[in-house]
Design a protein around this ligand. Structure first.
Ligand code: SF4
Length: 417
């Protein structure tokens, strides 16, 4: 490894010690709730009931609250509710407003600032909604919003217009109409249950929804998008996993942004889901002061693999109203990706995307690896910056013999099975 001259040996060992400590799995602990019995603490309904959800709670449990946070908390419940589970609260530095965990869930006054690009519905979901709570933007799949509630509220939430109903959106899903729409559209083969957080529903209600969807013959694939394994790992009970495993193929996309969110409790919950046969992927949002650095992002994605979760997408933060203080430049995102691809396990590297404003869908954003391309060669750059050439192949038209050979091979393969 080349040693950067700007780092002394001591500094390098400090950096690598910090990196290793980010990758350690530790418990979130009990913090101010140390006297609470295990039976309550491990009960997801107790956690929900005791959420930090107003300024008074914040002041009682944080050692220091900045002026920006104080004003933010006063205004929060008119825009997007303030809500933090006691479990997740304990991951925050109570003395430091710059704590990356805290920046994600404690409101700040900057949320009232608007830029000319800010939008309330940056992905144009409302314009692609044939029935309330169903977004049909891509031909073969739909987004099925089941609730507007979450275990905790992310200050950069793309759906903050409706989530928590703090600004009076009045989200009213109608499960029967949503299911009927899917039944009447045979082109839909993939449903993503989201919200809000679907895992906030009771096991019974969730089972009803999954069963209704599985009864639709043309539906091939169901996904659940949830941040509950991170905000409320107590919800990942053995009973929930037993119920979910009846509905395969069922995938789950979790959402985590910082390696410190991956605690022992979270790891155990994710293992229960993986043991139930549910393939797990992660979606992160690139956030200023949270994960906009290579060591943090690398620790996060490596730790996810240890939890049996495949890093899937890294989103450029949507242009959601009042989130500019959390947004980074695309240039920085590309640079982070450049320092991940080839520098760690390929399975760990997510796809960096921008959800095109106004409903254009996800667009992959990559560092430049193709330097030039013509009919004779493609010139490429590898992860070390070295340049290589690959001869361009001429695509010959398929002959009749090729297709006969191809079909007979397939037939043989089938008969041997
Ligand atoms: S958990 Fe998801 S839906 Fe809920 S506030 Fe966070 S980003 Fe929004």
């Amino acid at each position: 490894m080349m040693v950067d001259e700007t780092f002394s040996k001591q500094e390098l060992s400090r950096v690598s010690e910090e990196f290793l400590s980010l990758k350690r799995f530790t418990s979130g602990g009990r913090g101010p709730w140390h006297a609470v019995p295990d039976s309550d603490w491990n009960d997801w309904k107790w956690q929900l009931k005791h959420r930090i959800n107003n300024l008074e709670h914040l002041e009682a449990n944080l050692t220091y609250l900045s002026a920006e946070e104080l004003q933010g908390a006063e205004l929060a419940n008119t825009k997007l509710a303030l809500g933090i589970t006691p479990y997740f609260f304990n991951l925050m530095d109570t003395n430091n407003p710059r704590c990356p965990i805290r920046r994600q869930v404690v409101p700040r006054v900057e949320e009232t600032h608007q830029t000319s690009w800010d939008m309330s519905d940056p992905c144009g979901e409302d314009d692609h909604s044939p029935v309330p709570g169903l977004v049909h933007r891509y031909p073969d799949r739909v987004l099925f919003l089941v609730t507007d509630r979450c275990a905790a509220y992310c200050r950069y939430c793309t759906r903050s217009r409706l989530v928590s109903n703090a600004s009076g959106y009045g989200f009213t899903p109608d499960y029967q109409r949503q299911i009927d729409y899917i039944r009447r559209h045979p082109e839909i083969r993939d449903v993503l249950l989201s919200g809000g957080d679907p895992l906030l529903l009771s096991d019974t209600k969730l089972e009803f929804l999954l069963k209704s969807l599985r009864d639709i013959p043309h539906l091939e694939f169901i996904r659940i998008g949830s941040r509950i394994p991170i905000f409320l790992p107590q919800r990942i009970t053995p009973d929930l996993c037993e119920m979910l495993k009846q509905f395969h193929p069922l995938f789950m996309s979790i959402h985590t942004n910082h390696p410190r969110e991956l605690t022992l409790e979270v790891k155990e919950g994710l293992e229960r889901l993986a043991n139930a046969g549910i393939p797990l992927g992660n979606q992160s949002v690139l956030l200023r002061g949270v994960n906009d650095s290579v060591p943090i992002m690398k620790a996060l994605i490596q730790k996810l693999l240890m939890c049996r979760v495949r890093p899937y997408y890294l989103y450029q933060c949507d242009l959601i109203s009042g989130s500019s203080h959390l947004r980074t430049s695309v240039r920085k995102g590309i640079e982070i990706m450049r320092q991940l691809r080839g520098h760690t396990t390929g399975y760990a590297v997510p796809q960096y995307v921008i959800d095109a404003p106004g409903g254009g869908g996800k667009v992959p954003i990559n560092p430049e690896y193709i330097l030039s391309h013509n009919s004779e060669r493609v010139v490429i750059r590898n992860f070390e910056g070295k340049v290589f050439e690959y001869p361009e192949q001429v695509d010959l038209p398929e002959t009749q013999e090729d297709s006969i050979a191809c079909c007979s091979q397939t037939a043989e393969g089938i008969s041997q099975d």
